[in-house]
Design a protein. Sequence first.
Length: 205
Amino acid sequence: MKFELNVQPRTLQGSGASRRLRLANKVPGIIYGGTAAPALIELEHNALLLALRKEAFHSSVLTLKVGSTVETVLLRDSQMHPYKPLVLHVDFLRVDATHAIHQKVPLHFINADMAPGVKISGGNVSPAMNEIDVTCLPQDLPAFIEVDLKDLEAGQTIHASQIVFPKGVKPMAHGSDDPVVVSIPIKKAEVAEEGVEGEAAAPAA
């Protein structure tokens, strides 16, 4: 999914200037990174809020049109009002098409209803992670990564190393860790039944 936003250069700084921008239904922001100097910008609030509500906006390479200049960026941070649907500030990081980027990408769990642990054992899917750190070139960045659960049985887990990543995309390694991504725990009743059966079989052995 492609996202393009029209933004305007911002010349005034400080809390007073930011407050006046918000009263005018605009959001102060900044573009930084790369070899160019940081650029202060302002964005239309409603368009930005609508974009922020879309999952893919947080994990996509974005295009910002700053007057006659086009910036290719990633969303790095957004500050929200504690209880109102108001965006207070937004940060964007410049990206270079020739350099790999690091980004968190959402995980989409598919075929849960087909998993033996759900369909046969009546278990529930228990995600341990909802997103994963990846590295890739900007043009290869996926909006999300699918994790297929169709073969997952009760008591089994899927680790990060078992995910099928799109071409050009690699998980970020954190030491020697291979974290659990999702599992289908065995029901407590089934564990209890197995314990009872084990105790009953012990004297016979």
